[in-house]
Design a protein around this ligand. Structure first.
Ligand code: 4AD
Ligand code: MG
Length: 430
């Protein structure tokens, strides 16, 4: 096995050689401190002139930021360093010299960093966020596999628009019109009738003209769908899943959360069950808080969601929204026809909606009426309607936005830092 910085604790008091980049450096006449990174972690290399001789010492002193090297040295325990170890450097071989690396240790503006995203990813902070993203994905697969769900991959090129027709990315499918998927849900409903409990994880496209800290044009969504599961049980799966992911990140990303300065006491508390508030009560609450402009039937904006979330120290479900502001496929409440059996899960600390979910209409006639009222083509949705003709059953599901969830867990302000190469309203580069 080759030595990496993350496993260097196995080589204490041994001399090792490994590949690394120079992240940063300090030096005086007699000693140089090299901040080395190899992708797996960071370690300080100490170069002492008296020990290595003039040639190696001057090589160390002239190393430029992000130059790649093979470094040979002895690993020693150093309690004061963040990694717990230090490398007493014996030799340096330069692989490639990096000249005028654009991202220096000084402060840069966000647009500049975004233009250099291909390099910015190397920074300690960005690498930490990517590791947390990886942990959320890992824990997601673990949770659903442990609970009897089958991973199913819905198509990306589709002929339908489950979440409304205004935010579609249209493309040509030979002679036909097609769209990039804005949700795999409809296909996951078919899959749930085949496999019982299913989940998907894939890219999702929304041509939203929103320029907020919560919106991406291309984002990744986890979409579970369950046959025979109704409204309340759907919420229970969601709170179990979100708790599992947060606790996994706390356990497995201690170093990364620390590097990001995340207040982990806020995350430790994220354990099911989560509070629930009905849309009706949320409206009353907002009126009490002085949001006079909002009336029953309006959708919530970010300030409304934040105000509601601030009353809780866990994510909160807002349940049973008015029918008029939700998609065509949601099951109406059996007790009153003007609201649907849906819930949005709002994260704490102002991170907004991380999940949208609902019980789906399983009655053929009702679904047909809904499609017609929404002006959707019965031809396009023929297959989806047919699911209600051959052994239809109550079923429910939800979609969790990966980037908003990672932003919340990491404590980073904007979703653009939670995806390797963000697609934003004004950004397709790099
Ligand atoms: O609430 P949404 O639109 O729900 C659906 O697409 C359902 N079909 C899901 C389902 O029931 N299977 O999206 C679900 C989640 C949101 O709660 C949010 O976390 C995320 O996807 N999301 C976005 N994330 C980043 N940028 C955007 N533009 C997003 N739009 C939605
Ligand atoms: Mg939503």
């Amino acid at each position: 096995m080759i030595t990496t910085i993350s496993t260097i604790g196995k080589n204490v008091n041994e001399t090792v050689r490994f590949g690394a980049w120079l992240a940063n450096k300090r030096s005086s006449g007699k000693i140089a401190f090299l901040q080395l990174r190899d992708g797996t972690g960071f370690i300080q290399g100490v170069v002492v002139k008296e020990e290595v001789g003039d040639e190696i010492f001057s090589k160390a002193k002239s190393l430029t930021q992000e130059s790649s090297i093979y470094v040979t040295g002895t690993v020693i325990v150093d309690e004061r360093s963040p990694s717990g170890y230090e490398l007493q450097v014996k030799d340096i071989e330069i692989i490639h010299e990096s000249i005028d690396y654009p991202i220096t240790p000084k402060e840069h503006g966000t647009e500049f960093l975004m233009d250099n995203r291909h390099l910015w990813l190397r920074s300690r902070r960005q690498a930490a966020v990517m590791r947390i993203r990886n942990e959320v994905i890992r824990a997601t697969y673990e949770f659903f596999n442990n609970n009897g769900f089958v991973k199913v991959d819905p198509p990306i090129l589709t002929g339908s628009a489950p979440e409304g027709t205004t935010e579609l990315f249209a493309t040509k499918y030979f002679e036909e019109d097609a769209y990039l998927s804005q949700s795999g849900q409809l296909y996951m409903e078919a899959a749930a009738f085949a496999l019982g409990k299913v989940f998907s994880f894939g890219p999702t496209f929304r041509a939203e003209k929103s320029k907020t800290r919560r919106h991406l044009i291309e984002f990744w969504m986890i979409e579970p769908e369950m046959a025979f599961v109704e409204f309340e049980e759907n919420l229970e799966v969601q709170e179990q899943y979100v708790s599992y992911v947060v606790q996994s990140a706390l356990k497995n990303c201690e170093k990364e959360l620390k590097a990001l300065g995340r207040d982990t006491s806020k995350l430790a508390n994220i354990v099911a069950p989560f509070p629930r508030i009905s849309y009706d009560d949320a409206i009353k609450f907002l009126h009490e808080k002085g949001f006079d402009d909002i009336v029953w039937g309006d959708d919530f904006g970010a300030p409304h969601e934040t105000a509601i979330a601030e009353s809780y120290d866990k994510p909160v479900f807002i349940t049973k929204y008015p029918k008029g502001i939700k998609p065509f496929y949601m099951q109406p409440d059996s007790e009153r026809d003007d609201v649907v059996l849906c819930a949005d899960l709002i994260a704490p600390e102002g991170y907004g909606e991380i999940i949208g979910g609902s019980q789906r209409i399983h009655d053929f006639e009702l679904l047909k009426t809904q499609l017609e009222q929404h002006g959707l083509s019965l031809e396009t949705y023929k297959w989806y309607l047919e699911l209600r003709q051959y052994g239809s059953v109550p079923h429910s599901g939800f979609g969790l936005g990966l980037e908003r969830t990672v932003a919340w867990i990491s404590g980073v302000e904007h979703v653009r830092e939670t995806i390797p190469f963000p697609r934003l309203l004004n950004r397709l580069y790099p």
